[in-house]
Ligand binder design. Structure first.
Ligand code: ATR
Length: 277
């Protein structure tokens, strides 16, 4: 019988994950024989479930909320970008039997901004909203593109300041609260808070974005998120959600597992075509 390599995404909840569809489309496009399933795994079941997945011959996993920090702890060796972000979204069984942990989220965001949306990141002022795990995963890759400055604004001010301090050897970066954003303007505003998930928005001045500036929400949904709608309202040149980032981070995981770069545009276009407009 032909052997089929097995992959999966673990998360809690997981029902609405687009990862199985994305990887199925990549596999068809690149003629790879793989299976990719999704499994609802609460945090307290993670170690048991992930160990049994790899013991049964599983080749690779994606881990999403709330498992990325646990996956980081589980991985026996890690890439530098995973080490820095303290979160792992991709696990890969290596030929020597050890499990590698990587974080492809930041790469996915940069690829979607620069390649898919032609947004230049060098010498611009970037505002990152939120100072949790999602922000930590994108700050390093953003700084590598040499922006003029990154400001992290967060409801809990100390978290923003501490996160900025962790990265301040790599570039100009400051942490503050939302009140300090008055009289500041940015070329790009990235929403990395989990506020979108509950249709909420941090308190933001309406003149926060320069003319022709752009907005990006790491979250995505079938309909425009609250932050995407805010971006449209304040006349952002582009107000994007995280679908492109999701597909790009998946493509990088696919490359880690299969050594092949799938084309992302047809996959993004297909999922976009299925959205409610
Ligand atoms: P994630 O891994 O998605 O980043 P997290 O680590 O729990 O999740 O971080 C969630 C982020 O969203 C935090 O920055 C949080 O702010 P606090 O640090 O002050 O808790 C932010 N957040 C969540 N709900 C929010 C809301 N309604 N308004 C503003 N910020 C919010």
């Amino acid at each position: 019988m032909e052997h089929i390599d097995s992959y999966a995404v673990f998360g809690h909840p997981i029902e609405h994950s687009k990862s199985p569809l994305i990887h199925k489309l990549f596999a068809i496009q690149t003629e790879q024989q793989i299976e990719y399933t999704s499994q609802n795994v609460p945090a307290d079941q993670f170690i048991k479930t992930v160990s049994s997945f790899f013991e049964q011959g599983g080749k690779g996993l994606n881990c999403t909320l709330p498992l990325k920090e646990l996956a980081w702890e589980y991985a026996e060796c890690k890439t530098e970008r995973a080490e820095i972000s303290k979160a792992v979204n991709t696990l890969a069984m290596q030929s020597d039997g050890t499990v590698l942990g990587d974080n492809t989220d930041g790469h996915g965001l940069i690829k979607d901004l620069i390649t898919n949306n032609s947004i230049n990141l060098s010498n611009i002022k970037i505002l990152v909203l939120g100072a949790g795990g999602a922000s930590r995963g994108i700050i390093g890759p953003l700084l590598e593109k040499n922006p003029e400055r990154i400001v992290i604004a967060n409801r809990t001010i100390n978290k923003a300041k501490n996160l900025a301090e962790e990265f301040n050897k790599k570039g100009e970066i400051y942490g503050c609260g939302f009140e300090s954003l008055k009289n500041q303007q940015f070329d790009l505003i990235i929403n990395a808070t989990s506020a979108s998930l509950s249709s909420q928005l941090p308190p933001l001045p309406s003149d926060l974005l320069i003319k022709e500036g752009n907005c990006y929400d790491l979250a995505y949904g079938n309909e425009p998120t609250t932050f995407v709608r805010w971006g449209i309202k304040i006349n952002a040149s582009k107000s994007m959600d995280g679908l492109g980032m999701l597909v790009e981070q998946a493509a990088e995981a696919f490359f880690i597992w299969r050594g092949i770069n799938p084309e992302t545009k047809p996959v993004i276009d297909f999922i976009n075509s299925q959205r409610v407009n």
